[in-house]
Each structure stands twice: as structure tokens, then as C-alpha cells.
Design a protein around this ligand. Structure first.
Ligand code: GLP
Length: 268
């Protein structure tokens, strides 16, 4: 797990956008896993800028979103399909037919979950999965107690998540109580994960995710079992990490490798 700490959400989002852009440039036919919420907004606006100003080409990219609220039509302003169109898809040259957001109005969620998994497999699996994190340590809508092997399915939102998301719906009462979500097992199968977290309200969840035990009570902690995870944090979200000094060491080691300058080797 690589932990990158930037001074601000803006700097962290630019860093994350560079990682996504590098993949899209190297592998124009690729599959991205995308997330919603306030956290990835700046990442998406940076990708839009890169598309508009630098010609970053999404024409052959396929996307799969993590989750969707049950019952909301795509035209609902709080649906995750609406969010993705407004904040990313409508501003880049992705083919909308290659963008997938779970259908919150599916009638048979068990069958639909299997179908979504099959669609991901048919697309060759997810190359890079963008993730945010809930204040209770959830990824996608895998609330505490979700099986770490879970697949795409229905989940009931935890009271903490309902409270967190009430700001988007105007009241707690209006927040859907059910969502269809990729499982932790689905997310662990993506080849790379890129988790973003900003703000002090994420600091406890981030410390538990990175330095706590692997537990279904903090589903993001399952990422410790993944072979390639990058966490991009701002200072506030990183504030409760005990091994901060080491993460900074790793970053300066990466810079040394990039420049080829190893200070402990005397120049001849
Ligand atoms: C929701 C989404 C998650 C997201 C989380 C955090 O629960 N299902 O994918 O990570 O919210 O949202 P925010 O980025 O707004 O803090």
C-alpha cells in the first residue's frame, strides 16, 4: 500500500488525476472503476481540464461505477448516474454506451448483481478503481459487517451514512435506505485501487483502514490484502496516522528512484 499525503485536496486530486491520465494514455482501451461523493469531484474536474486542454482521450475507455441508490431514476438529481453525467461524462469524449452505473430500479437485484459482475468480467476486469471512503470506513456502500468476499448486491445503508448523505437530500428522511453496490470482493479484484480521502472527518476511518486490523467492521481495511493500492490523502485526513514519518520516507525514496540520485552512494 502506498500512502501519498499532499497539503490540500486540490494538490491530492491533481496527483490522482495524473495517475488516471497516465493509464488512459498508456492504455487507451481500458476499464476504469469510478466513485461518487464529494471527494472525487476535483479529480473529475481535473480530468475534464486534461481532456479539454491536453486532449486526454476517453473515446475507447469503459467505466463501471461502484454503486447506486435503490429506487432513483437516472434523471433524479441525487442518483449516481445523474452525478456522473453532470460531473464527468457530459464533459469528456467517453462513449456513454460504455459507461455503466448500477441500475437502482432493477427488479431482481440478485440477478442484476450477477449481471453487473458479468459485465465487468466481459470488459476484461477493472484496471483502476477510484474509491472514496465513508466516515464509518466503508468503500462503495459496503457498510460495517459486509463480507470481505462480497459481490455486487443490495445493501442497507448504515445510520451514519444516512446522516452523512442527508446534506445532499435536504433531510435524513429523503435519503434512500438501500443501495446496490459492488462488493468488497469485486473491488479487491480490480488490478489497481486509488483511494482518495480529504478532511478531518475522514481521519479516524483512514487510520483504521491503513494501520488497523483487517476487519469487516471497516471494509476499506480489506484493501490491505490488495496487491496494488495507492491512498492519496490531504493533511487533515492523514492526521491520525501513526507511521506518517515512514510514508514520507517512501515518497522521498520514490523521488530518488525517479531522479536516479541515491544520496548514500558517493558520486565518483
Ligand atoms: C457514499 C458512496 C461512497 C463514498 C462515500 C463518501 O457512501 N457510496 O462511494 O466514498 O459516500 O462520500 P464523500 O466523498 O462525499 O465523503
Amino acid at each position: 500500500m502506498r500512502v501519498i499525503i499532499e497539503s490540500t485536496p486540490e494538490a491530492a486530486s491533481r496527483r490522482a488525476a495524473q495517475m488516471v491520465a497516465r493509464l488512459v494514455r498508456q492504455k487507451p482501451v481500458c476499464t476504469l472503476g469510478l466513485a461518487t461523493g464529494g471527494t472525487p469531484l476535483k479529480l473529475y474536474s481535473e480530468l475534464i481540464r486534461m481532456h479539454q486542454e491536453e486532449g486526454l482521450d476517453f473515446s475507447r475507455v469503459t467505466t463501471f461505477n461502484l454503486d447506486e441508490y435503490v429506487g432513483l431514476p437516472p434523471s433524479h438529481e441525487q442518483s449516481y448516474r445523474y452525478f456522473m453525467q453532470k460531473n464527468l461524462f457530459d464533459h469528456i469524449n467517453v462513449d456513454v454506451r460504455n459507461t455503466n452505473v448500477p441500475d437502482g430500479r432493477a427488479l431482481d437485484f440478485e440477478k442484476y448483481g450477477e449481471r453487473y459482475e458479468q459485465m465487468i468480467a466481459d470488459a476484461g476486469g477493472i484496471e483502476l478503481q477510484v474509491l472514496g471512503i465513508g466516515t464509518d470506513g466503508h468503500i462503495a456502500f459496503n457498510e460495517p459487517g459486509s463480507s470481505l468476499g462480497s459481490r455486487t448486491r443490495l445493501k442497507t445503508l448504515a445510520p451514519e451514512t444516512v446522516r452523512d448523505n442527508a446534506r445532499f437530500f435536504g433531510s435524513e428522511k429523503a435519503v434512500p435506505r438501500l443501495a446496490i453496490t459492488m462488493g468488497v470482493g469485486t473491488i479487491l479484484e480490480s488490478r489497481r485501487c486509488l483511494l482518495l480521502a480529504f478532511g478531518e472527518n475522514k481521519a479516524d476511518a483512514i487510520a483504521a483502514t491503513i494501520e488497523g486490523p483487517v476487519t469487516a467492521q471497516v471494509t476499506a481495511s480489506a484493501l490491505q490484502l490488495h496487491r496494488e493500492v495507492v491512498m492519496v490523502l490531504d493533511e487533515a485526513a492523514a492526521a491520525k496516522l501513526a507511521r506518517r514519518e515512514y510514508y514520507d520516507e517512501v515518497e522521498s525514496a520514490h523521488r530518488m528512484l525517479e531522479t536516479g540520485k541515491l544520496p548514500w552512494i558517493e558520486e565518483a
